[in-house]
Design a protein. Structure first.
Length: 217
């Protein structure tokens, strides 16, 4: 869990409750595999535990590294892990948006990004996502993030992507959202003013290097 090489004492909070941390001297993959974190460590540094009663809602875990004073060290690198069941795309589709293709990491990053987006919006727009009519997920892929946004945006989430296979899977498995195949060239098939909020996660990292000016226009 980042940041790496942290020289000062750390404290891990899970849903706001301090966890008991046990620092390790050797790799213990079984500790991080259930959270989908194994790929982020060459050698896991610690394991943690706390009573379930202290967690609150065990269906959603929010992991945050903090200083002994309680100040967050890297809020943008907090992690959310959801135990709620979500539809799982096949590995072939997962690999197109999440290199390793592992289901746990795919779910963890999707859940984390969805919650980080919600936090950023809530700080800048009163009501956050709830204040928008239509939310467009530009480059949604197989809904790595969208699966965690849909419950909060019933009938208001629109995902678009040039990957017809990913869109076909979304249409078949994610009711409550609208999914459209789009061209890699602008414009998008929406009327001016037809969308209230646009999010784009890791779009340019999956583009073929087309001119940003054309997309901006």
């Amino acid at each position: 869990m980042p940041p790496y090489g942290q020289p000062r004492p750390l404290r891990l909070q899970v849903n706001g409750a301090p966890a008991e941390m046990t620092w390790l001297r050797r790799s213990e993959p079984f500790i991080v595999d259930p959270l989908g974190l194994a790929g982020r460590f060459e050698r896991p540094r610690f394991r943690f535990g706390l009573p379930l009663a202290a967690v609150g809602d065990p269906a959603l875990l929010h992991l945050s590294l903090r200083e002994p004073s309680g100040r967050p060290i890297a809020p943008s690198q907090d992690i959310w892990v959801s135990a709620a069941p979500v539809p799982q795309p096949p590995e072939m589709l997962r690999q197109r948006v999440h290199g390793p293709g592992d289901a746990a990491g795919f779910d963890r990053t999707g859940c984390t990004i969805a919650h980080l987006l919600a936090r950023v919006l809530e700080r800048r727009v009163p009501g956050g996502f709830a204040s928008f009519g239509t939310v467009l997920d530009w480059g949604c892929g197989c809904a790595r993030v969208g699966r965690y946004l849909l419950p909060a945006l019933p009938g208001r989430y629109v995902g678009v992507d040039p990957d017809a296979g990913a869109i076909g899977w979304c249409r078949a498995n994610l009711p409550g959202g609208r999914f459209e195949v789009i061209s890699t060239d602008p414009p998008l098939p929406f009327a001016t003013g037809g969308v209230d909020c646009v999010i784009g996660v890791s779009v340019f990292t999956h583009s073929d290097g087309g001119p940003p000016a054309a997309l901006a226009g």
